[in-house]
Structures are given as C-alpha cells and as structure tokens.
Write a protein that binds this ligand. Structure first.
Ligand code: SF4
Length: 239
C-alpha cells in the first residue's frame, strides 16, 4: 500500500478543513492559530478523533497558493498543519516554505512514520502505541497499522532537526508503561517536552483519566497534557 502521495510540483493537496481556533493541546496551548487539516492517513487508530481525515477521508483539493491565501485571510501568526497525516503529501515542503516565508510560526503534527525534510518551528510527534491498533474486524488495517506505526529512526531524526514535543495518547496503565519502555528505547529526550494526553472525547471521561494520570506523570517527570479544546468547546469539529 502506497504511503507517500507522489504529487508533482505545484500539485494540489487534499485538505479537509481550514479554520481558526485556540490550540488546545501541547506546549502552545491557548495560542490563537489557523489549523490546516490534510486529509488522508497511512494509519488507522481505533480512537481517531478525525475519521473524516483518516478512515473516511474527505476534503477539497487546494493548490499551495490557495491554502496560503486562506491562511492569510485568517491571519493569527501561528499555523498548525495537522491531519490525518500531512507527511503523506510529497510536496508538503512547498506549503511549509510558503507559510514560513509569510512569517507564520508553523507547527506540524505527525505520527512520524514517514520522513520528509521540512521547515517548521515546532514538530509535534505523536507516536502510536500498540493499543492504538484497530480490531480484527477492520481486515488488513490491523496488520498494516501495526507494521507502520513505529519508526524510532524517523522520530529521532525529526527530534534532531526541529524543536519538538512528543505527545502520547494514553488510555490505561498498560499504555502508560509501554510509553516508558518506548522512551527508554528512544534515547535522550527532554521530559518537559513529553506530553501525556488522556484518551477520550468527553470532558467527564478526560477528568476520570486525569485522576490517576496527573500523579503518574509527576512521578515520572513527564507533562500531563489536558485536551483543553474539549473543555472549552466540547468535541466539536472546527474547534
Ligand atoms: S495517526 Fe492520527 S489521523 Fe491517523 S488514524 Fe491515528 S489518530 Fe487518526
């Protein structure tokens, strides 16, 4: 199954949505930002909260210039290029270069299973743990997801090239322990940049998870990362 879409120079990128909101996760939480969501993903997490950009990708094909125009119209000074998985687009560098040339602070969100040399100000890496795999009812996607989900070599390379944050989705204690094993294998990292996020799309569910996960993160010197946009807006698309 092809992972990177070899779109030629000047080709269009499929975008599911472009909108302004506050960054709800990570080191830049609370920062007014324009979100550009690439549609399509090479993984299939069971808990994906943007299935319209992964399981059932939808969207409009825009040229880089058209995306730059839409971002400029919403100007906030910060852009979050997210997905889906933005790295599946082979000409992503044109968009990143255009955004940074326009003076935007650029965050790219990725599961880091595909590599490209890109320009950005923050790479937000979300490695997928074994519990992210879909169940067997999804046919070959369970196997494909597990074959693709971890690329330590790519994670290390991106961390060496950009300011980074590592963002893990944790659903239970087993996930949390697996994350510690992952970090040990990964090698040197800054615990201030390791963000541990509870799995869930409802505020009550996230608060229940926080009860055990906050002290657990403190114990291991990692950062608990609330999904603030759920508290602010609920689980609403375009927020
Ligand atoms: S990597 Fe992200 S976009 Fe892709 S399926 Fe997993 S959660 Fe969804």
């Amino acid at each position: 199954m092809e992972q990177v879409r070899s779109n030629r120079k000047g080709a269009k990128l499929r975008i599911s949505e472009i909108y302004s909101s506050l960054q709800g996760e990570g080191l830049l939480t609370g920062t007014p930002s324009v979100f550009v969501r690439a549609s399509g993903c090479n993984l299939r997490c069971w808990f994906c909260d943007t299935p319209f950009a992964s399981w059932h990708p939808e969207g409009t094909y825009y040229s880089v210039d058209e995306i730059l125009t839409q971002v400029a119209e919403r100007h906030t000074g910060h852009v979050v290029l997210t997905g889906g998985e933005p790295f599946i687009f082979a000409n992503l560098h044109e968009l990143c270069h255009g955004l940074r040339s326009a003076g935007e602070h650029l965050t790219i969100e990725t599961a880091a299973t595909i590599y490209q040399r890109l320009e950005c100000d923050l790479i937000s890496i979300s490695p997928k743990l074994s519990g992210s795999a879909p169940d067997a009812s999804h046919g070959s996607w369970q196997r494909t997801h597990n074959q693709r989900r971890q690329r330590l070599d790519i994670v290390r390379k991106l961390m060496s090239e950009h300011p980074y944050q590592l963002k893990f989705v944790v659903d239970n204690l087993g996930d949390a322990r697996e994350m510690l094993d992952y970090l040990q294998e990964l090698g040197p990292y800054d615990g201030q940049r390791v963000l541990v996020m509870p799995q869930g799309t409802q505020q009550a569910e996230l608060e229940r998870q926080a009860d055990w996960l906050v002290p657990w993160c403190e114990h291991y010197g990692l950062q608990f990362c609330p999904r603030a946009h759920i508290a602010w807006y609920g689980n609403l698309r375009g927020t």
